[in-house]
Design a protein around this ligand. Structure first.
Ligand code: ADP
Length: 327
């Protein structure tokens, strides 16, 4: 649906996007994640041509967006809604007026505007505030209004630029649930720019990790978690695992349906091991685990056999050769 190919962009001497290529499919909630200054917002703004890019191509539903003239660009932009960290509402106007604004610009008849605003305030669950001025709303309520306003022209794509970064954790969760509902119920493809892995975990099915204008990793979120590539570890501030002084480490990954993995393995093998590190994270509806255990060198083969037989992806650290099994 959104095909980004070999995009380069510079501000003066500063190259902020370097040969960026990603494909976003219809129905995706695609996370662009990276530290501040990585180029995420710039890339997002290239998608609706708020930002110009120097080289490369972006096609949306087969349309090369660089080929659009001024007039067709305006029409084309109806397909793409956008929300921002600081909501960009008109503070002195009411919820109704803020949501109605894009439709007024398109000179849509008043009765149709009324109908659409009423539908949208229900969708984003803010109907009781319809006549309240934006300045009197909480951050979460403001973002609900901004989401409603972004949906007025029935877009196919919603771009979210750090949409939850100004919100507290509970409100963030609620807004992310709302975005997920919009994705599912209205079949809107969503692209999310964030510096928070928790946002990606809660709603994204795919992600790209950006650093210094480059895509370091991209793909399915659960697959990237299971592979634990260096860019993900760097992003999360995790240290690489150094080999142990004695014995071996076994690093392995737990997928949904394998929740009892650790205890079953210990029970069935009748072996003792020490847990070096472990975490279980929820990605959308599923739980994925990542564990490192320390085992005696004489038991490594036994563990390997068991993990292989149970289709578990693992890596042995400590021998001269590291083994990765892609189960
Ligand atoms: P992110 O969204 O990952 O924080 P941005 O896309 O906002 O990153 O910025 C990427 C880089 O481009 C940063 O170094 C930023 O300072 C620079 N930049 C962004 N916008 C402009 C601009 N209008 N003029 C010059 N430099 C800019």
């Amino acid at each position: 649906m959104i095909d980004i190919k070999n995009i380069n962009k510079s501000y003066g001497n500063l190259q902020v996007l370097k040969n960026v290529s990603i494909t976003i499919d219809k129905g995706d909630i695609y996370g662009l994640i990276g530290r501040s200054g990585a180029g995420k917002s710039t890339l997002l703004r290239c998608i609706n041509r708020l930002e110009h890019f120097d080289e490369g191509q972006i096609t949306i539903d087969g349309i090369d967006i660089k080929s659009l003239s001024r007039g067709t660009l305006r029409e084309f932009r109806k397909n793409i809604g956008m929300i921002f960290q600081h909501f960009s509402l008109i503070e002195r106007k009411t919820v109704y007026e803020n949501i109605a604004l894009p439709m007024k610009c398109w000179k849509i008849p008043k009765n149709q505007i009324d109908k659409k605003v009423n539908e949208l305030v229900q969708l984003v669950d803010i109907e009781d505030k319809i006549n309240v001025k934006a300045k009197n709303l909480s951050g979460g309520q403001k973002q609900r209004v901004a989401i409603a306003r972004a949906l007025t022209l029935n877009p196919k794509i919603l771009l979210c630029d750090e949409a939850t970064s100004a919100l507290d954790p509970k409100t963030t969760k609620d807004i992310l649930s709302l975005l997920q509902k919009i994705n599912t119920d209205l079949s809107i493809t969503i692209v999310v720019v964030t510096h928070q892995m928790s946002v990606v975990r809660q709603i994204c099915n795919k992600m790209a990790i950006l650093q210094g204008g480059e895509i370091l990793e991209c793909g399915q979120v659960d697959d990237i978690f299971l592979r634990q590539p260096e860019p993900l570890k760097n992003l999360l501030g995790e240290e690489s695992i150094n080999p142990p002084d004695t014995g071996s480490y076994i690093e392995f990954f737990m997928i949904p349906g394998h929740e009892n993995l650790l205890s079953t393995m210990a029970w069935e093998l009748g072996e003792k091991f020490s847990l070096v590190s472990g975490n279980i994270e929820k990605y959308r509806e599923n739980s994925y685990g990542h564990f490192v255990i320390h085992v005696d060198i004489s038991s490594v083969n036994k563990y390997e056999m068991w993990l292989k037989n149970h289709g578990v992806r693992y890596r042995v650290i400590g021998n001269s050769d590291e083994v990765i099994i892609n189960a």
